[in-house]
Design a protein around this ligand. Sequence first.
Ligand code: NAP
Length: 253
Amino acid sequence: MIDLKGKTALVTGASRGIGAATAEKLAAYGASVVLAARSTGDIETVAARIRQAGGSAEALACDVSRYEDVAAAVQVAIDRFGRLDILVNNAGLIEPIARLADSDPEHWARVADVNYKGVYFGLRAAIPAMLATGGGTIVTISSGAATSALEGWSHYCSSKAAALSLTRCADKEYREQGIRVVGLSPGTVATDMQVAIKASGINPVSQLDPSVHIPPDWAAEAVAFLCTAEGDDYLGTDFSLKTEEGRKRVGLA
Ligand code: NAP
């Protein structure tokens, strides 16, 4: 049983999908949780569910493409719960899916702002707070797209590749000071994002039968696993939940 009692976690993109499941999972393991996303009604609903289950949760409007919002979310964790031990950089976009020549430059750049710059903003805001209390864990939700090329996904593949590079750089700079930085590549997960991918009809991922997707709860369990010393083998890399070995490590075989 994973024990996160006394720890505070900030989860971005906690309004639905993997982020909501992760916030509920970390709370179930004892962490106090700050939920950050743009849909304030939805994060408040998830936070209320956590509190009803006996946990501690705070919901906060946050657009991760704005540094001041991310820094404010870290400050809320400190003000409300005294410290920040875990950051889950989960907020992410894939729409609009389009081949390069059809892509809208403004929309393409918006995905980079969230998936890439949002992860940098999380690292930049959380690392000093974690150093001040002796360390912490930062899990960035990555994707197989970080290391592959898929038609229609140039914004997504390149921004996830950039996020993986940030995981590697942050691990190199801060591992010795007690900051554990790791990525999670969950495989395909049954969320709204996969509904949008299916609707696009572009590339083989859109052709997958929805029955192959794992539930968000599995990705959440993997995040919790990576927050423990058991996850140390994967620091500075993307841990894959797609492999049999990865699922076994998390106890999901
Ligand atoms: P989802 O259901 O579409 O949820 C995305 C979350 O990101 C929502 O909570 C959304 O909240 C939040 N978000 C989007 N833009 C934001 C912004 N600017 N600021 C703050 N929050 C923002 O997608 P999901 O499948 O759970 O994806 C979560 C993460 O997993 C993403 O990083 C995604 O790339 C990654 N991932 C997903 C899959 C999959 O198969 N589903 C596979 C690999 C990796 P608001 O709209 O309320 O802001």
